[in-house]
Design a protein around this ligand. Structure first.
Ligand SMILES: Nc1ncnc2c1ncn2[C@@H]1O[C@H](COP(=O)(O)OP(=O)(O)OP(=O)(O)O)[C@@H](O)[C@H]1O
Length: 792
């Protein structure tokens, strides 16, 4: 493969390409004007039948989406050209554009279309008919550079990366300063990435790759590809992307919109239980226990523990009478309800029926026993029948008993209707309940789960709440009751309207067709239709999916998936019954104690061996000098793991600087200031041990007010101080790791955390420490205070 030697601003064909690109933009403007006109028309329309109103809503949504799509592709609309040996020429871009003047020829081919594929796959060894691949660089509609690759084996340059395509454009993208927001890579997707992106949607695809291999980028482009190729199936069922934390979601949030895809639900595990935003911080050991699969049994036992019977009996004062519920009766009722196989909340009516039946017999015995039962001559009833009450009387007694507050209170105590939150809150708040429900845990582990109500939920609580919802069964009675009340109100309104109308004008309606207009059912129907359409039009499928705990997503992408606990996997699998999933991660980077170091172990319970593995092997982020340090740490985690190969060198050796503990803050400010000067308008990440971010962050922000620190630091600031957990998945031009020894010793996954910290930089890495370094870092070049940090 040969390249013309980089993106050239003086390419002889620049002017010709500019003409073509301008034509595309003119066409884009026309398409925008068209959509905007249609949107205007739809917005101006008013009134009409419910159907017309609903059609109008649909049109408004469609044209608004179209306009959003067309604006999203403004930058870099066309970025490539393929020349074939057949003289065919194809322009590749962010969307497909056709020439509607002529014979609908494609002017621009969507990068996701099969016809665009050679742009990513063709190589000199396997050119697929392509003779030249051209990268077109533009800024604000102006073509600023071209880079040609002639796919000719004879012209292969010695030393060129045979594994990469579009090397000049790729290196330009990799060397660019970071902005705090992830960018799309549509112009320079590499062949191994392309194969993952276009892999068929069915089944579970695991994408394993070391740091910086583009897993996140690939996962997001895969979403865009799947939506393009399987739009009908996926847009209504929604694609869910799960990321490790909110900061990360903000970091990646612009990628899909820049690819003109918006109807995707991006969230963290903490957002996956509707109505809750779980952000409570808790020690990793607590999260680890909550993530264990055994928690399913614990929750089931906690529910059984709430199905109570009195120690001896309940005496219930009813209308001056005392009814007695003894333990045996309650135990029988409980056994019947449990045997029904229904979920706890749904079995409550069965339990109620049993208890009420027992009480009604007791009452009937008192008020209705036949004094002449044994007398063959006495009474109207058959001799020998001790009960003079008829079934209707008994039914009436049962109805009355059900309404008795004292009985209701007893039933609520014995078999309470529980929400998942009540169950979990009650469990955490009680040593006794924990002891009964979780004998499998040690006392110390149970003590870790113990907490007082209040203070919000943690991400690790979410799978437990979801599991509890599954085990309890949703009790929709309050919601149903409300819906029924509203329905009745609407019917009443419709009937009222009918009365008024028929009172004033119905006498004129001889014609059947016209009188039909006034049928009450029509009015009700109209009302209902209007409500439903209004409701549906207001919510997008992604919004509806977010609000529905039982939503079955069309496809789920999990990023940093190695961090998921077994309980979190259970939740995600429930949300994806089709098992159409892309699972992206690196088992060497697992930081959560409940996370996984084996994909097989994590997935086996759900798909056994039926999952596909794709491995990414090239590191696009971290230059070779830094990756060499990472590789040393990786060897300590697991000598069998291979580090990804860096695609480039930066020429900057990572450094280390040891300082006195009392001077740590001062020296940190010093080296950060130096890095600010080094990376010009780039971004600097200061990665510190957990719990030290505020203290060290304060020192940095005092000296450099533009620095950010906090639970959700603003990544667009020049300097960001954060923990490894927060830095997961992110990258910075320059990274300073503070106290790597502490990071490595912080937990039993500490070495993986250190590996993550060291592999966040795109250009420069420094290590600042007060105590001895982990052995893997001892070989770093020492930096004397005051020495400029650039090597050589
Ligand atoms: N083909 C490509 N063209 C341009 N840039 C790329 C390409 N592939 C990856 N990159 C860039 O490399 C960097 C790392 O990518 P990404 O964050 O997706 O890696 P990752 O495998 O998810 O890393 P980690 O596991 O460390 O979180 C990003 O800046 C991304 O834009």
């Amino acid at each position: 493969m040969s390249s013309a030697g980089g993106v050239r601003a003086d390419h002889p064909e620049l002017g010709r390409e500019q003409e073509y690109v301008s034509k595309l933009y003119r066409r884009l403007d026309e398409l925008r004007a068209q959509s905007s006109e249609r949107l205007d028309t739809a917005l101006r329309a008013t009134g009409g039948t419910p159907q017309a109103r609903s059609e109008r809503e649909t049109a408004i949504t469609m044209y608004t989406d179209q306009l959003a799509h067309l604006s999203a592709v403004e930058n870099g609309l066309c970025f490539g050209r393929l020349d074939f040996d057949s003289d065919e020429r194809r322009y590749i871009g962010r969307i497909g554009i056709f020439d509607d003047d002529g014979d609908y020829e494609p002017l621009l081919i969507d990068w996701r279309a099969p016809a665009a594929r050679p742009f990513y796959l063709a190589t000199a060894a396997s050119p697929e008919g392509v003779t030249r691949r051209r990268h077109i660089r533009s800024r604000n509609r102006t073509v600023v550079g071209l880079d040609d690759e002639v796919l000719d084996l004879n012209a292969a340059r010695p030393g060129a990366h045979e594994e990469v395509t579009g090397e000049a454009a790729l290196l330009a993208a990799l060397d660019a300063r970071r902005t705090g927001r992830m960018k799309d890579i549509v112009e320079t997707i590499q062949a191994e990435q392309d194969r993952v992106i276009r892999s068929e949607p069915g089944g579970v695809l695991v994408v394993q790759g070391g740091p910086g291999t583009g897993k996140t980028a690939v996962a997001l482009h895969r979403v865009a590809y799947l939506l393009y190729t399987y739009r009908q199936q996926l847009s209504t069922r929604v694609v869910l992307v799960v990321g490790p934390n909110e900061t990360f979601l903000r970091y990646i949030s612009q990628v899909l919109p820049s690819l003109a895809e918006t109807g995707v639900l991006l969230c963290t595990l903490g957002d996956l239980y509707p109505g809750i935003t779980a952000r409570r911080l808790e020690p990793p050991e607590v999260a680890e226990i909550k993530g264990r699969e055994v928690m399913t049994e614990v929750l089931a036992a906690a529910i059984r523990d709430q199905q109570r019977v009195p120690d001896k009996c309940f005496d219930l004062a009813i209308d001056g009478d005392v009814l007695r519920l003894d333990r045996a009766v309650c135990e029988d009722a409980r056994a019947v309800a449990r045997r029904s196989g229904k979920l706890h909340n749904l079995a409550r009516p069965i339990f109620d029926t049993e208890i009420i039946h027992a009480l009604s017999l007791q009452l009937a015995d008192r008020i209705g026993s036949d004094p002449y039962a044994d007398d063959p001559l006495g009474g109207d009833d058959a001799p020998g029948d001790p009960q003079i009450l008829a079934e209707a009387d008994l039914a009436e007694i049962r109805r009355e008993l059900r309404e008795e507050p004292e009985i209701q209170a007893a039933l609520d105590w014995m078999w309470p209707i529980l929400t998942p939150r009540q169950l979990l809150r009650g469990l955490y708040a009680s040593d006794d309940r924990l002891a009964t429900a979780a004998p499998q845990l040690t006392e110390a582990e149970r003590a870790l789960l113990r907490r007082e109500p209040g203070g919000g939920w943690s991400p690790a609580d979410v799978p437990l709440l979801d599991e509890a919802a599954e085990l309890l069964g949703e009790d929709n009675r309050p919601v149903d009751a409300l819906a029924e009340k509203r329905r009745r109100a609407r019917i009443a309104y419709a009937e009222g309207a009918l009365e008024i109308m028929s009172g004033s004008a119905s006498l004129d309606f001889e014609d059947e067709a016209e009188s039909e207009i006034l049928a009450a059912t029509d009015l009700i129907e109209a009302e209902r239709l209007a409500d439903r359409h209004a409701e549906e039009a207001r919510l997008t499928p992604a919004e509806r999916a977010a609000a529905d705990r039982k939503w079955a997503f069309g496809h789920i992408v999990v990023d940093e998936a190695q961090e998921l606990s077994p309980m979190a996997w259970r939740l995600l699998m429930r949300r994806c019954p089709s098992r159409s999933m892309t699972v992206v991660g690196d088992v060497a980077q697992t930081g959560e104690l409940a996370g996984t170091t084996s994909w097989q172990r994590a997935l086996e319970p759900y798909v056994d061996h039926r999952w596909r593995l794709a491995e990414l092997s090239v590191n696009y982020r971290t230059p070779a000098e830094i990756m060499a340090v990472g590789a040393e740490v990786l060897a300590g985690i697991d000598p069998s793991l291979r580090p990804p190969r860096s695609v480039r060198h930066s020429g900057v050796e990572p450094w280390r600087l040891r300082v006195e503990p009392t001077r740590l803050d001062e020296c940190l400010v010093d080296v950060v200031s130096r890095e600010v000067a080094e990376v010009a308008d780039g971004r600097i990440g200061v990665i510190v041990p957990a719990g030290r971010e505020y203290e060290l962050g304060r020192s940095v922000t005092k000296a450099l007010p533009e620095a950010a620190v906090g639970d959700q630091p603003d990544l667009e600031r020049r300097v960001v101080v954060l923990t490894v957990r927060q830095a997961k998945g992110l990258e910075f031009d320059s990274v300073i790791v503070v106290e790597p020894g502490l990071i490595a010793a912080e937990s039993r996954r500490g070495r993986s955390d250190l590996y993550v910290a060291l592999t966040r930089a795109t250009q420069r890495l420094g290590v600042l420490h007060t105590r001895p370094l982990p052995a893997a870092l001892e070989g770093l070049r020492p930096l004397a205070a005051g020495e400029p940090s650039r090597a050589g």
